[in-house]
Design a protein around this ligand. Structure first.
Ligand code: LLP
Length: 471
């Protein structure tokens, strides 16, 4: 056992560690999405980074590299903050649903669900994962702008709620449902609210020119159609305006617009009792990022809905929300091993790691910026500006441009922070790299939650026609 201590920002000069204890965080309402490292991050007496009571270097020795390391405490703290903030600020019923597209695997679904959260899925694969993780069908919501017939059949058979995106899907459901179930299928309607937010173009979804959801100008027709289908039971409306949002006004505006939809539904005799405001709260990736806390995001949404319902004399709907990124991003770090380097005098110094765009495609896809620390030299001063390159055959495979790091050598462990959201879930086998393992750490214990892929896994789905086989 090594002794450990929480390192304060000012003590260490390291800008990334939480300078509050877990208890402070629960009292002050600061939330995990406002930190770069998991809440349990410490530096131990070997000057190594420790997460969940486990030395990162030991984890890499035991489980290999690259490695996703997930801190259970941070993930649970974010779940509890969402759940408790809605309980505190909303007078009606509420339900937080984890958008599992951020990271779908059995262990993550099971943890989140054990904190009372439902699961939002967007494919048959995510639905299967949630069901096998033991999530009850009445806590699962299926999204998607082009759900296949097989996905819709699985959804109807499983008895989950389907968030209907378009006319084609509505009509397909009306056609499919009667031969599968004698009960009406529980649906919600996804609408495009026409709200702009300032985030990357690819992760904006609420503006009118979006591939998702019904056009709100067709609201009357949709309500009218749905009200006549006895095979469908329409319980609510849904909207999601985008991701990695730091402003609070767009969600206030969204809440106000959505209450008007509830009012409109009344005239079609629909009893719409659920309102889902989607996800979108941003997370901190670099020092200058300053997202609102979970509580700061939840409070105005609740206030706007409550006052709008009061004005219109509407009963309070059940309020649903669907966070992904802000729930899980900070709970995970990715540990890489540093290998080769290249110095181009007067231009740039590169160091290369043993992963890259296959385990984190966000930099190459969205020009996302990350920060890193050297897990084995936590108090060494940052003395170099280096560009951290991945190992893929692609010049754009850069993990971090111009990272400020201590002097490193091959074998050092580089930890990239806040990699919990949309890293593993968007990972690929580009260049036939096996996907990394993931471990869950808590109180000094580490449990594998994703096995590292092997070369055998990589060729598992390959077929070699007989005529191509060497005799
Ligand atoms: N609900 C719906 C219907 C969504 O489409 C999304 C995200 C969420 C909830 C969760 O949003 P969040 O709380 O995570 O912002 N791959 C991109 C992010 C795509 C987000 C897609 N939809 C990235 O890596 O930034």
């Amino acid at each position: 056992m090594v002794s450990t201590h929480p390192v304060k920002v000012q003590d260490s000069g390291i800008k990334y560690l939480p300078d509050s204890t877990k208890e402070d965080i629960e009292i002050s309402g600061i939330s995990p999405n406002q930190f770069l490292l998991p809440l349990t991050a410490r530096v131990n007496s070997h000057d190594h980074l420790e997460i969940g009571g486990c030395d990162v270097k030991n984890l890499v020795q035991q489980f290999g590299s690259p490695l996703y390391i997930v801190d259970e405490e941070t993930l649970r703290a974010a779940c509890r903050q969402y759940r408790d903030s809605f309980k505190r600020y909303y007078k009606g019923e509420s339900q937080v649903i984890y958008a599992s597209k951020a990271w779908s695997c059995l262990a993550v679904c099971a943890i989140v669900n054990s904190e009372g959260l439902g699961i939002d899925v967007v494919s048959g694969g995510e639905l299967h994962t949630a069901l096998i993780a033991g999530v009850s069908p009445n806590q699962i919501y299926l999204h998607g702008n082009n759900k296949s017939r097989q996905e819709l059949i699985l959804a109807i058979e499983s008895g989950i709620t389907i968030v209907v995106d378009n006319w084609y899907e509505l009509e397909t459901l009306v056609e499919l449902a009667p031969s599968i179930t004698s009960q009406s299928v529980r649906i919600m309607l996804r609408l495009t609210p026409g709200i702009e937010c300032h985030t990357h173009e690819y992760i904006r979804t609420g503006h009118l020119d979006s591939k998702f959801g019904f056009d709100p100008n067709q609201l009357s027709e949709v309500f009218e159609y749905v009200s006549k289908q006895s095979v469908l039971s329409c319980v609510g409306v849904h909207a999601h305006i985008g991701s990695q949002i730091f402003e609070r006004q767009p969600h206030r505006d969204l809440a106000a617009v959505m209450v008007q939809w509830l009012e409109q539904a009344k005239s079609y005799g629909l009893s719409i009792t659920e309102l889902n405001v989607g996800g979108g709260l941003g997370t901190k990736y670099i020092e200058s990022d300053d997202p609102p806390s979970i509580e700061e995001w939840v409070k105005p949404i609740c206030e706007v809905i409550q006052s709008a319902c009061e004005k219109l004399n509407l009963p309070l709907p059940k309020l649903l929300s669907e966070p992904g990124r802000s729930l899980i991003a900070t709970s995970c770090i990715t540990a890489y091993t540093i290998g080769s380097s290249k110095q181009i005098p007067g231009i740039r110094n590169y160091i290369a790691v043993d992963g890259g765009m296959s385990d984190n495609p966000r930099p190459i896809t969205y020009q996302s910026v990350y920060r890193a620390v050297v897990a084995t030299k936590m108090s060494a001063p940052c003395s170099e500006t280096v560009t951290v390159a991945g190992k893929h055959c692609e010049s754009g495979d850069i993990v971090i441009k111009n990272a400020e790091l201590p002097k490193t050598q091959p074998g050092d462990i580089l930890v990239v922070m806040a990699t919990g959201a949309y890293n593993y879930s968007m990972a690929s086998n580009y260049n036939r790299l096996p996907r990394p393992a993931a471990v869950l750490v808590s109180n000094g214990e580490a449990n594998l939650i994703l096995r590292r892929e092997t070369y055998q896994d990589l060729i598992r789905q390959d077929c070699l026609p007989e005529r191509l086989q060497k005799s």
